[in-house]
Write a protein that binds this ligand. Structure first.
Ligand SMILES: Cc1ncc(COP(=O)(O)O)c(C=O)c1O
Length: 412
């Protein structure tokens, strides 16, 4: 028998409570996000990533629509993260050079850099893989250097892909959160610029730019849903590591639709469920998870929430889920082997957990209460963002080809 209580959830009463002082989301207002997107448009690699409608899966699960944004197509980097890193580096350099943000463009920055021979800035970060690759990519295109630290157990392919972008790479013998502290100290000691995708008290500006950078995804989605005749999704499932990504998308939709915003669920691995834990303790502040953070969802293997992101998720998100690894493996397989007629999507372990979760919520009676509280039904249009492709191809094939982590109870 499988353990029926393995997927855990917390309903957030606070999200829909009457008026109170919610954390402002003005940094994600339409004008701000338009500016971010126009910076991204200035890259020759820029194109909106596809938003796929999985109409047949939706029919099978008994909802109106399932929409999956495929971020494996982002700038040929197989993940969304470059949106944040490139925008933060762009903002930083333009401030150093005194350039007006409205005139900020990638080519413009490169041109000024070449002309004025600024010399090499060194951007320093820690990463599970995707963020570091984005930083290395953006730094090298702007003629700057980068130094990237990975936590122990990082997949070889992820390390090599960062090296290919010209970064100096070090794999440490510590978990993600300690790698972040190490990178910060390294940057301080070596006159580097620390560009981390998480915030804490006293370090919020650069992570704030990174979070704004991710909002290009939400901006594209609203446009793409519009061309499909859909004004807004009814529900959004967002996966979280430190929560920067989820909070960025949450904040954009909260700002745009206010009280009529989509119902949002935050999804984490149970081995690194720091947002879930913070919601469970419910004293309004962040609570960390420590140890090896041993999960196949490498991009979500973070034990310390971004404090700015947490404030947004705490105030606007409706439910927090903590999921075992098999949920992500199931999601990866569902997207790779779609219901006939739907497109197939290569979605890595950190990209697919939301789809795996929905399939189980709607497929097993034991989750009926969560489905009821979320208000998911036949009129729901549900949005997912597959945040990465097969960034660890060996791990991906173990799941899809070899059936790693089958769903407990599936054969009973
Ligand atoms: C593929 C992927 N998805 C989601 C996330 C989660 O982002 P965050 O750490 O901002 O919550 C990450 C973070 O690295 C990631 O690599």
């Amino acid at each position: 028998m499988y353990n029926k209580s393995e997927i855990r959830w917390i309903f957030n009463n606070r999200a829909r409570a009457g008026q109170y002082d919610r954390t402002p989301v003005t940094a994600f207002a339409e004008d701000e996000v338009k500016r971010v997107r126009s910076f991204h448009r200035s890259f020759s690699e820029y194109a909106p990533t596809p938003l796929h409608g999985l109409g047949n899966l939706a029919r099978e699960l008994g909802v109106k629509g399932i929409w999956v944004k495929d971020e494996s197509k982002r700038f040929n980097l197989n993940a969304f993260k470059v949106l944040g890193g490139s925008y933060a580096i762009g903002r930083y350099i333009s401030r150093e050079l005194g350039i007006d943000m409205d005139k900020l463009s990638f080519d413009g920055l490169r041109g000024i850099n070449d002309k004025e021979n600024l010399g090499k800035m060194v951007f320093v970060t820690a990463t599970d893989g995707n963020h570091g690759r984005g930083i290395a990519w953006a730094a090298s295109r702007l003629g700057q250097r980068s130094v990237v630290f990975l936590p122990k157990g990082a997949a070889k392919a992820r390390e090599q892909n960062i090296k290919k972008e010209g970064a100096e790479v070090h794999v440490l013998d510590v978990n993600y959160d300690d790698a972040v502290r190490y990178a910060r100290e390294y940057a301080n000691a070596n006159n580097g610029i620390f560009v981390q995708d998480t915030a804490w008290e006293g370090y919020t500006e650069i992570p704030g730019w990174i979070m704004q950078g991710y909002a290009t995804i939400a901006h594209e989605i609203t446009e793409q849903l519009g061309t499909n005749g859909i004004k807004k999704p009814t529900h959004i499932f967002l996966q979280a590591g430190v929560g920067s990504f989820a909070a960025s998308i949450q904040a954009y939709f909260a700002g745009r639709y206010e009280a009529k915003r989509p119902v949002t669920a935050i999804v984490e691995p149970d081995k690194a469920n720091c947002i879930y834990k913070s919601a469970a303790v419910d004293d309004g502040t962040v609570h960390n998870v420590t140890g090896d953070l041993d999960t196949i969802m490498a991009g979500l293997a973070c034990g310390e929430p971004n404090t700015v992101a947490w404030n947004i998720l705490r105030d606007y998100s409706d439910m927090f889920f903590s999921c075992p690894d098999y949920v992500a493996a199931r999601g990866t397989r569902i997207l790779a082997n779609p219901v006939s007629g739907d497109p197939d999507i290569i979605s890595g372990e950190s990209g697919s957990v939301g789809i795996g979760l929905l399939s189980l919520l709607l497929g097993r009676e034991e989750y009926g209460e969560a489905v009821r509280l979320l208000g998911i039904g036949k009129d729901s249009n549900i949005l997912f963002i597959s945040t990465e492709g097969d960034t660890d191809p060996k791990g991906y094939r173990k799941i899809v080809w070899d059936g790693l982590m089958p769903t407990p109870g599936a054969f009973e």
